[in-house]
Design a protein around this ligand. Sequence first.
Ligand code: COA
Length: 344
Amino acid sequence: MIQQIDASGKPSRQQTFGVAFVGSGSAQLKTVLSNDQLAAVVDTSDEWIATRTGIRQRHIAGPDESVRSLGAQAAAAAIAQANLAPADIDLILLATSTPDDLFGSACQIQHEIGASRAVAFDITAACSGFVFALVTAAQFIRTGAYKNVVVIGADVLSRLTDWRDRRTCVLFGDGAGAMVMQRCEESDRLLSFEMHSDGSLNDCLNATYQHESTPLADEVTTQKGGFVPITMNGREVYRFAVKRVPEVLEKALFHAGLSTSDIDWLILHQANQRILDAVAQRLGIPAERVVSNMAKHGNTDAASIPIAIDEWVRAGKIKPGDTLALSGFGAGLSWGAAILKWGQ
Ligand code: COA
């Protein structure tokens, strides 16, 4: 067990376990939609999209792909990389805003991968979802409740996109990524975290339920409707991101006792290359330490951070012992950061 040191430097009575990050995985989607293809659908161009966002293409889930199938693919790959079997998994957390079933898709993934011992549930925090789920998983591991946890970020935003609205449809794509977190007796590799919400800015980014009153009985109506496509105040979200993301990373680094020069990889939610560049510049982090794959994937919501981690791990760029600074931000509005060391 890891001894917690209290403010006076004495070991406190409360003892907890540490967390290690031992595997990553992501789903391989079949269909790609390029900017040029999109320009045939709405009044836009590859040049506009690439210059304003850094996005060149995105993946779109086909009829046989879903949050369930993509999340399962990513989770299975992460479990294999961690040298575990599905039966070893105690907890599955699925960060998603587009479940196949509004009652949750985590249990569907649990069944699909054969993790029969695991308890599974969904977490909704949009593009902050993966960081919030990772922090939630750490609480269960630190208290000793669970040993092996799979955290998945999976979203099929193409379902919620208005493909006639050029201000939003050029941004989003579908995908899934996953990470295995494990109890560690020797050290705690989650060095710090920060999470924030500001519901007063909620109307900047929404996919709301809209309904009509339908009479049911005397003085009783039910509200029947459905979710409408994404609406966004792009400029407001941009302003929010370039202010809050550096701030939250600075706080998390302070709590970890680190400075920006200690970061090996800055892994932000892949919303817009200009946001990544502005945040990195404000923190003084050189471009070669900033992970960016949005040219290939667009904004995949809760999936973007675990996909980026997995691609960099499998390419041998992220190595055991590397310090990663993650930050998710988006609808809510919500934002958060986690500083961690990769590996056992
Ligand atoms: N293709 C061509 N022109 C477009 C376009 C598109 N896809 N989308 C918008 N335009 C036009 C606008 O109509 C506007 O034209 P006008 O000046 O004639 O009215 C012009 O381009 C500029 O629009 P504006 O909204 O000011 O562009 P921008 O530089 O702010 O970029 C975003 C728009 C959406 C790329 C940018 O605001 C952004 O990335 N915001 C953050 C969004 C985000 O990350 N959301 C997810 C958070 S998780």
